[in-house]
Design a protein around this ligand. Structure first.
Ligand code: GCU
Length: 624
């Protein structure tokens, strides 16, 4: 009898021990794991709980007394606590989100709240959200598509993450701080421009502040795919009949030897690989049945990546892009890029572009222009833009906002730049439409900057050896009517972007007829050229600010460009008028840069027709 009781007791203790062990294991997974801050690749292909909608907001009048302690560190104990009824005097801040006004997320605050139109300081956001009990062995991330410029995130009073940069996404793990039922998130966004920021302080576009892109919650298995790269082998030669599919899948939470698969049913591909100790699984497989992605055939394949319980299906196009002498070769064929520049400005509505409607309207303009290319100036746009470009067969120049004057002498600024470069490449490396990574725009030609940007260009090439590296070079050195670009930065580039404003800022429109260019023996894109015109302002071709004068400048430009033998693309500045704090001529600019081919209200100027016809006839340059 006693023996049986002893055995029973042992069994009970053993079961209790197992239960405690497994609970502590789960608890450890949840609590011992350092919360992760990352950028989940393909997140727009995962199910998500949207947190878009109305959020409460409070303005923390610059310099942000509630956000910053006296020493500049972040105050975790003020608005982040989301206390109410507010405890007067506890922190000398008096606030209450529950009775505060609301603002739409995503969306900049400037165009939503008239009193905040010119505000560039700190705004606090807050909302409650419901959470269902989490399935075992899962991890949950708060996804922010972009927030301009510095962002600090708290969930249920716990700091979840911080981010600097106004144009790239970030994902903050909140697994351990969520609980079933009502939770709340508080986010502080500081739009203050910084001398050591990227971009720095004096920019020619509007510094829209806030949670400017989608916010959501994404839950993944505890073993999950956080990064991947699936592309055609980029060897020294390209032979479509004999190429391979290669890349990697990176997994978090799995041990070495765990299996991953890359399946592309339509192309009869089913690659299997195993993870190494770092969570990385390189793979390689014969690729013989692909329809290559191009503007003519923007073919995308369903690519399913799997590991354990996690899988996601992305839409990926496969193509080869390379230079050969002064030619740009897409899938082995020489291409001439007929494009336009574009800021992330919402047509008609105004403000920062973020929605399906904004993207559809902007690509409608590009297709109407007969464009096959777009430069997404001067920063990564909403991910929807590259998704649309993939579908429409429009090639993309993607850029980090090293715009003109950056603190090139500071290593900490270089470090920030590398982070932004990595975020841009990580998010969009599987988008076939992106053919160029740009490291800068119009930077001063001096040794410190050249070293800084040459290193950054080489960093980009290391991160992604399958694409071309470029930069937009500021106007050339003029010797009379000789325009000379001997900028040493060009040595680090595969493709040279050349900005110039002959006929608007420099010389006269007619002078363009007599200009001789000296340019590097590489593919050259005229990455900015144009003139301002207010839509509906008509007059003689010599009258500046008229639509006719804008056309006149371009007509003389066209004659000049056709004399440049290594010209491989034209990118007029800019597709659509856009807000800028430095464009203040009343009656003509009224806060807008008016070099658009289209007004901010979607009205096409005469110059739009000029380019539409030129691109239809392919009359501006030759692919070889
Ligand atoms: C510069 C710059 C643009 C600017 C444009 C202009 O080249 O790259 O960001 O808006 O010229 O002066 O209109």
């Amino acid at each position: 009898m006693i023996q049986r009781h002893r055995l029973k007791l042992c069994a009970i203790f053993r079961a209790a021990a197992v239960a405690i062990l497994s609970l502590s294991t789960i608890a450890c997974v949840a609590f011992c794991q350092q919360p992760l801050q990352t950028l989940l690749v393909g997140i727009d292909r995962r199910p998500a709980a949207s947190l878009d909608g109305d959020w409460h907001y409070l303005v923390d009048q610059a310099p942000g007394r509630a956000l910053y302690n006296a020493d500049g560190s972040i105050n975790d104990n003020s608005y982040a606590m989301n206390e109410h009824p507010v405890i007067v005097g506890k922190h000398n801040e008096e606030y209450d989100f529950s009775t505060a006004p609301t603002i739409r997320v995503p969306g900049d605050w400037n165009t939503q709240v008239p009193q905040l139109f010119n505000y560039e300081g700190v705004v606090w956001y807050q909302r409650d959200f419901e959470v269902q009990p989490a399935a075992a062995n899962t991890r949950t991330f708060l996804h922010i598509g972009a927030a301009n410029y510095r962002t600090h995130v708290w969930v249920n009073r716990r700091r979840a993450c911080d981010h600097e940069g106004g144009y790239t996404p970030f994902d903050c793990e909140v697994t351990s701080v969520l609980h079933p039922g009502t939770n709340f998130v508080v986010i502080a966004v500081d739009a203050t421009r910084l001398v050591d920021g990227i971009p720095s302080v004096g920019i020619d576009w509007f510094n829209y502040g806030g949670l400017t892109r989608d916010v959501s919650l994404v839950t993944v298995p505890s073993v999950f795919i956080d990064d991947y790269d699936v592309h055609l082998e980029h060897g020294s030669q390209f032979d479509p009949a004999n190429t391979e599919l290669t890349g990697y899948v990176h997994v978090i939470g799995a041990g070495a030897g765990t299996r991953i698969t890359v399946a592309i049913p339509e192309a009869a591909v089913n690659a299997v690989a195993t993870i190494d100790a770092s969570g990385n699984a390189p793979f390689r497989v014969k690729a013989t049945h692909f329809t290559l992605w191009s503007p003519e055939t923007p073919k995308l394949y369903k690519v399913t990546l799997s590991c354990g319980e996690d899988s996601l299906t992305d839409d990926i196009g496969f193509r080869d892009i390379r230079v050969d002498g002064t030619r740009i070769l897409l899938n082995g064929k020489a291409k001439f890029l007929e494009g336009a520049n574009l800021h992330a400005e919402a047509p008609i509505r105004g403000g920062r572009a973020y929605s399906d409607v904004d993207v559809a309207t902007l690509f409608g303009y590009l297709k109407d222009l007969n464009a096959n290319f777009v430069r997404l100036a001067h920063y990564p746009h909403d991910e929807r833009m590259e998704r649309e470009a993939d579908r429409d067969g429009i090639m993309v120049w993607s850029e980090i906002p090293n715009w003109q004057h950056i603190s090139y002498e500071k290593p900490e600024v270089y470090a920030k730049d590398v982070i932004m470069l990595k975020e841009m490449i990580r998010r969009d490396r599987n988008k076939a439409s992106v053919i160029l990574w740009s490291v800068s725009n119009e930077t001063p030609n001096n040794p410190t900057r050249t070293t800084f940007l040459t290193n950054l260009a080489n960093e980009a090439r290391t991160l992604d050896p399958t694409r071309l590296i470029t930069s937009a070079i500021i106007g050339p050195r003029a010797k009379g009517l000789d325009m000379i670009n001997d900028d040493p930065l060009c040595e680090a580039l595969d493709v040279v972007g050349q900005d110039e404003y002959i006929g608007w800022y420099d010389l006269t429109p007619e002078d363009a007829d007599k200009i001789h260019w000296t340019l590097p023996q590489k593919p050259v894109l005229i990455s900015e050229f144009g003139a301002e015109a207010k839509y509906g302002n008509h007059g003689a071709p010599t009258n500046r600010w008229t639509e006719e004068q804008q056309v006149y400048v371009f007509q003389h430009q066209f004659a000049m460009l056709q004399k440049i033998p290594q010209l491989r693309g034209t990118i007029p500045w800019i597709l659509m008028d856009f807000r800028s704090p430095v464009r203040n001529i009343p009656g003509l600019q009224d806060g807008y840069n008016r070099k658009g081919l289209i007004s901010e209200d979607g009205q096409k100027k005469l110059a739009f027709r000029l380019f539409k016809d030129a691109y239809e006839k392919h009359s501006l340059g030759k692919p070889e």
